[in-house]
Ligand binder design. Sequence first.
Ligand code: PEP
Ligand code: MG
Length: 757
Amino acid sequence: MYVVKFEDLNKSDIGIAGGKGANLGELTQAGIPVPPGFVVTAETYEKFMEDAGINDKVMDILDKIDINDTKALQAASEEIKSIINEAPIPEDMVLFITEAYNQLCQRVGEDDTDVAIRSSATAEDLPEASFAGQQDTFLHVSGNDEVIEYIRKCWASLFEARAIFYREENDFEHSKVYIAVVVQKMANADKAGVMFTVNPSTGEEIALIEGSWGLGEAVVSGDVTPDNYQVDKKDNEIINVTISDKKVMYTNDENGTSIKVDVPEDKRNERVLSDEELIELTEMGKRVQAHYGEPMDTEWAFENGNLFLLQARPITTLGDAVEQTDDSAADVGDVLVRGLGASPGMASGKVKIVLDIDELDKIKDGDIMVTTMTTPDMVPAMRRASGIVTDEGGVTCHASIISRELGIPCVVGTGNATSTLIENSGVTLDGKKGLVFDGISETKSEEAAAVSVQAAPIITVTEVKANVSMPEAAEKAAATGADGVGLLRTEHLMLTSGIHPGKFIADGNEDELIDTIADNVMIVADAFYPKPVWYRTLDAPTDEFITLEGGENEPREHNPMLGWRGIRRELDQPEILKCEFKAIKKLHEKGYTNIGIMIPLSQSPEELKKAKALCSEVGFEPHKDVDFGMMVEIPAAAIMIDEYIKVGIDFVSLGTNDLTQYTLAVDRNNEFVAKHYSEEHPAVMKLIERTIRKCAEAGVKCSICGQAGSVPHIVEKLVEFGITSVSSNTDAIADVRKTVARAEQKIILDAARKRLE
Ligand code: PEP
Ligand code: MG
């Protein structure tokens, strides 16, 4: 069959229609609104190549090339594409395709209707293989001749240099990869975007929706920072709306060609989706997920108030959860104690019974900790254990929650483990079934290895960290697999305590202030241990702190953004800063040595010197006892970064929110000048690049924690400049991680190509 309508395809037809075509068929059959269309099958491409007698010729060229020879690869690609472009297409094939196109035109009631022509590649033996983004897509194609011409271009795009390279690198046989072509009525969207039917980072059952003006290309290509919405799927409650400054959009010019234009001023900061539209989208997301039986990643568009889905595919980044096998403890002895399975997995090791907090030191790496019930002070020791067993507790007790977060198998509520198990004896515990067996299992370690392979996330050399403001958000941030916390803002932590830090001091309650800070920071340090957490000392703007109990004395400033905040304020109020240092010191003494200190808003190296001296004064030596770094948020700091490096810093983090406002003289809180605020202004980018390069030269780690670090196309540039880590908002981590991986691969590829030139 040369062509098949969407109505006659379903998701199992990947071999005929490729992944894209098969999914559009599946959605159509499920009654989900999809712009109508048809697929020119993979078989059609195969027959075209055969009938034209060009298959062998193409394969011969491919056989001979060395894909690492960029020039030869490019030349081979050009040669093959011209062979395909010059070969005759059988007449009956042309007839079938144009007939299908004309039927589509009739159906939508438009002569020569505009269609999108998209490649949908598929591999003979591996239909599930992904070739996404390797072949071409053409928009706004119309008329019989153009339709045929662009289908042929899609076929030829199977031999773009990048596609040949990708197949060779991934061991796909060229002769077994085919290409189907999707021909679909163009959606002339006035708003469009993507929707994940669960949070792709955490798997939470919320619809995560991104939308912007015009065609979906702007969102999919990353040309625009879209609005971001989250809707709770249980009750359609809209739980988050983040409106961004949407600078560009794709739209149709008078010839129907899609062009990139500036978004009209009045719409840039206007919210794209109404509450009703969000609920309509969420409902559609639920239907799609229910239909496929798994979380989905979709592309959607609204055209004149009508909602369409343009694409749906299973979310591939999930799947870290690993099932344990049932017979994994087959080689061990009798069940010694039973309880509740609180954290899944098998663990073997020596029993260490802890009845008192003083006994924690006896837990060495790989031991099984057996105790009445765990407490927060035990967390560092829990981390060393390979498994945890308690007498008391249920599946939401401290031991359960912490061991699940740590990924350590755990059995709770056994009633008698501390009195039954024998110190130093070997046991194996099954954290799913809640059993503790006599003896060490030999099979367990192999399984653990298999598990970690399956659960491997995307690995990037540039670390991708999370920004955390509230301790209660730490767990969710850590669940994304972030490589640490690149910014822990202290202000929120103070704001939730409700009391001004100055009041603690004035009332002689210094210890209480230290404990408030330490208790809250510990929650975050705990969630990420042993990954680094950079605690940023208080950056208290007077207008925010005025509302706190004891905040009445805050000065009234003309422009708090340029006023008494950051390290300059802390050096005027050293008692507060010293309490912060003492709190972090206290946590280090408890084993949370993963916490570093970062000072905000510095304008001179002198300030860094003074802050370090105060830290030493409390008996906590910067660089020796604790990593000590600074934020670059004022142009002066970016320009004088060499001087700061001479004073001594372990790391630098770019605070682009402030760096942008101070470089451009645009108050970031003032909506009247918001349109002039842009982190991509060449002057801001120059300061960023300079800071990254100077740090790299000096071997100082350089990160970013401003909002620009959550914007994929900016992050791409930062990786090119040589940034060592990026700290993003939790919801952006998955996307940023992908961007970082792609940017790193590009650097490697470009370097390899250069060497070959
Ligand atoms: C920044 O300025 O970029 C930053 C991360 O700090 P804050 O947003 O807290 O000022
Ligand atoms: Mg700042």
